[in-house]
Write a protein that binds this ligand. Structure first.
Ligand SMILES: [Zn+2]
Length: 321
């Protein structure tokens, strides 16, 4: 290529085209202007390059948010799962001892399922933010509260109830809103609320069908499946429709029966409470439940994919640890 020419490479259908031009006579001023022009061109190139990258990143984020709206939560869960693995490796023996002490459900699990239970509990606990209201935190609090959620969802693939990022732990009964009756626990769009003294009572007496931890987790599970999208288990959601064919009939019978029957009067107040009370009795009084309301008990087993009256507990294996 001649020294006095410049060239332009044009990729066009595989051909390369050379264009030869005569370079003009250069004065100092012209040379200076050319240098200025060259520098400005590089800066312009850099500005274009940065601009294109920023635009690309912006469009990438926009498209990800558009087509994968839960991507930020998924990313956060990924980092939580890494953290959970470290916690599990460090604390599994301690956690096993605490769960063994407090949770009859855990004590009755086969060893392999106990290991899966601890893993799930640690992941659940790691993904939640626990807020302690007028009570000093203890290590067993987030562990046992998380374990209650895992007990309820142990037969489901999707168990993290992602919508709920916060769990509030109060000391005793508390007043909420304009309600004159004190609460032991409740669930709102903002979080799951539990009073610790009542939570412990639920496990101190595990045969009376009264367990505020299981009760509120039942509300939370219904909430993530029917009120919001984040945390839904598709199989549970579909099976709940079938459960309700039996459940609604029992609920309507209870409303005309002023004694309340096996599940009690509170279960007849609203279908949401009926569901939560069914969960409490399913775990705490399974034998009586099965005798008193056999069709409803069978519907609960199918819905939750577990039957604690059988040795293996789970009706069919769960893929997700
Ligand atoms: Zn309730």
């Amino acid at each position: 290529m001649p020294q006095d020419s410049t060239y332009i490479l044009m990729g066009f259908q595989g051909d390369t085209v050379y264009r030869t031009v005569q370079e003009p006579v250069r004065t100092d001023t012209a040379l200076l202007l050319q240098r200025v022009h060259v520098m400005t061109g590089k800066q312009q190139y850099r500005a274009d390059w940065v601009g294109n990258w920023l635009f690309g990143i912006f469009m990438g984020v926009l498209l990800i948010r558009l087509f994968f709206p839960r991507f930020p939560q998924r990313l956060r869960l990924f980092f939580y799962s890494l953290k959970a693995k470290g916690v599990y490796d460090d604390k599994q023996i301690d956690y096993h001892a605490i769960l063994q002490q407090y949770l009859p459900y855990y004590r009755n699990l086969p060893p392999a399922e106990q290991e899966r239970f601890v893993r799930r509990t640690v992941v659940f606990m790691t993904t939640k933010q626990f807020e302690y209201v007028e009570i000093a935190p203890e290590e067993r609090m987030p562990l046992l509260i998380s374990a209650t959620a895992v007990q309820l969802t142990f037969g489901l693939e999707h168990y993290l109830m992602e919508h709920f990022e916060k769990i509030y732990v109060m000391h005793h009964d508390y007043h909420y809103g304009f309600n004159s009756v004190p609460f032991q626990g409740h669930v709102t769009h903002d979080g799951i609320y539990l009073s610790w003294s009542n939570f412990l009572k639920g496990y101190d007496n595990y045969q009376d069908g009264d367990n505020v931890g299981l009760h509120e987790m039942a509300h939370a599970l219904a909430y993530v499946n029917f009120n919001v999208e984040d945390g839904r288990d598709d199989d549970f959601h579909d099976r709940f429709v079938r459960f309700s064919r039996t459940g609604r009939a029992v609920f309507e019978d209870m409303q005309s029966d002023h004694t309340g029957g096996f599940l009690g009067r509170y279960a007849a107040t609203r279908y949401e409470e009926f569901w939560a009370v069914c969960v409490e009795n399913f775990f705490e009084r399974p034998t009586s439940f099965k005798i008193q309301l056999p069709e409803l008990y069978a519907a609960m087993c199918v819905l939750l994919n577990q039957d604690i009256l059988t040795g293996n507990v789970l009706l069919s294996p769960v893929e997700n640890v």
